[in-house]
Design a protein. Sequence first.
Length: 292
Amino acid sequence: MTIWKDYQLAYSLSEAVEAYNQAEKPVRFVSGGTDLLLEIQQGSHPTMKTLIDLNHIGEMRELKMVGEQIFIGAAVPVSQITNSPLIKKHAMAVAEATGLIGGPQVRNSATLGGNVAHALPAADGMISLVAMDATAITYSHSGYSKKKILELFLGPGESALANDEILVGFEFSIKKSGEGSAFNRVMRPQGVALPILNHAVWLRRKDHVIEDIRISFGPSGPVPTRAMLVEEIFRGNKLTAETILRAKETILETVKFRTSRMRATAEYRYHLAQALLEKVVKIAWNRAGETE
Ligand SMILES: Cc1cc2nc3c(=O)[nH]c(=O)nc-3n(C[C@H](O)[C@H](O)[C@H](O)COP(=O)(O)OP(=O)(O)OC[C@H]3O[C@@H](n4cnc5c(N)ncnc54)[C@H](O)[C@@H]3O)c2cc1C
């Protein structure tokens, strides 16, 4: 089966956008290819006339600290993110999420850019970036722009990126004293791609109280969201058994899980979400209490 007719390597963002706009259509950007090429091969995505490879664009392969921000290039292989001491220090949720994507071979090719651009509401890397309140840096024919991570989605598998818009990278704040994050998920034993449920938490503690918190679950609706009303239960309160119980009840009342034929019933997802919440919040809390 022919997946593409013309495969082009881009060495800069402007070159990639120009190549996109000049290319014989249909055309797509490709990073690791672990979503796109498989979907084309399996017939769930139309074949392409042109693919434009983003892996040789220097700034998309950088992983670095810039002032008070961490920058992860959208074309950095997720295995590199998982193993990065910088990410382990500042964003354990991201290290844990990327470390669970596929197996070692997939992780050596897969990228955060592809994980987010594919716009599936349970993508592991994306769910961790939501809890980190990441900002995406993009580039298109109109130049660079910045967007909050939650602005990038229109529906399941449908991103809000313009056709020629490239995800260049993601940035989020460095870990400050009293802050911590964690990620966990539940996968079908024989599952290889998306989880039954995944969950990420970032929090800041002060004087035995959760001063601020961000919570994300996937998949919980057509586009990724934060569980804002669950966050409200924790904010300003101590991490007691009572707070956790109220937060679990609030999941039942306010977070939307649905039954999916291939993965799990909504009922099972509510059960898992409550168990994961207690586990993940406690891990993030303990990490937030660790001294440097
Ligand atoms: C065996 C297997 C197991 C997997 N397990 C998991 C898992 O456990 N968890 C999980 O979340 N995912 C999983 N995946 C899915 C996939 O590996 C990830 O979503 C991966 O992060 C996709 O990144 P990629 O670079 O390979 O994307 P690609 O396949 O290159 O691209 C995916 C989509 O994003 C677009 N795109 C890519 N990069 C950019 C960019 N920088 N800017 C704009 N658009 C872009 C492409 O045009 C395409 O539409 C699995 C896949 C396989 C094959």
